[in-house]
Design a binder for this molecule. Structure first.
Ligand SMILES: Cc1cc2nc3c(=O)[nH]c(=O)nc-3n(C[C@H](O)[C@H](O)[C@H](O)COP(=O)(O)O)c2cc1C
Length: 176
């Protein structure tokens, strides 16, 4: 397998755990964003960049956007980690809301379902979650999607939904 660098930004640990599993399976090197420079990545052929999703934004990807010209000849894989389920709609939304169209064809995108750890959340994040879930509750049940219902049902509980199998498509993409 080509030499891999796994770069990640994680607030509550879900992305870190996935990045560590990916590094084990690809025998890649781990880097924590934003403490990385493009020059440090010169010898890597594959970059796997992961970040937690917060209000639809993937943490840490400003590094890739700023250094795209220098990095675009490498194999680029991006994964988001969030409460959203992994499906085509989530991946498309993440791609379109976080990257300009000229980058779409140069990157392979993935989304991994992450934990929601209410007991670790700071006051600000817990308040944001409360506002978000209240807005879902105001919708009539027939207008809620599965994601909204899941957030309502699990509000206040720690959901541990990390699964090592979820990284398989990313490891495969890094190999091919
Ligand atoms: C304030 C806040 C906003 C969030 N916004 C989203 C979101 O827009 N989409 C999503 O799928 N998950 C969202 N989440 C869930 C996180 O992405 C999820 O907990 C993820 O596992 C965090 O990864 P990390 O621990 O590596 O930072 C949000 C969580 C918090 C606390």
């Amino acid at each position: 397998m080509a030499k891999c660098a796994i770069l990640y930004k994680s607030k509550y640990g879900s992305t870190r755990q996935y990045a560590e599993w990916i590094a084990e399976e690809t025998q890649g090197d781990l880097f924590v964003l934003p403490k990385v420079t493009a020059a440090q990545l010169a010898d890597y052929e594959t970059l796997i960049i992961g970040g937690g999703l917060y209000a639809g934004q993937v943490s840490g990807i400003s590094f890739l956007k700023k250094n795209f010209e220098a990095l675009k000849t490498k194999k680029l894989i991006v994964f988001s980690v969030g409460a959203s389920f992994d499906n085509e709609e989530t991946v498309e939304k993440m791609k379109k809301e976080n990257f300009p169209p000229e980058m779409w064809n140069s990157i392979t995108f993935f989304h991994l379902h992450g934990a929601l750890n209410y007991s670790a959340m700071n006051f600000f994040d817990r308040t944001l979650m409360k506002i978000l879930v209240s807005s879902f509750k105001k919708k009539p049940p027939e207008e809620r999607n599965a994601q909204m219902q899941y957030m309502i049902d699990t509000f206040g509980q720690n959901t541990i939904s990390l699964n090592r199998d979820f990284i398989k498509p990313i490891v495969e993409a890094a190999k091919n």
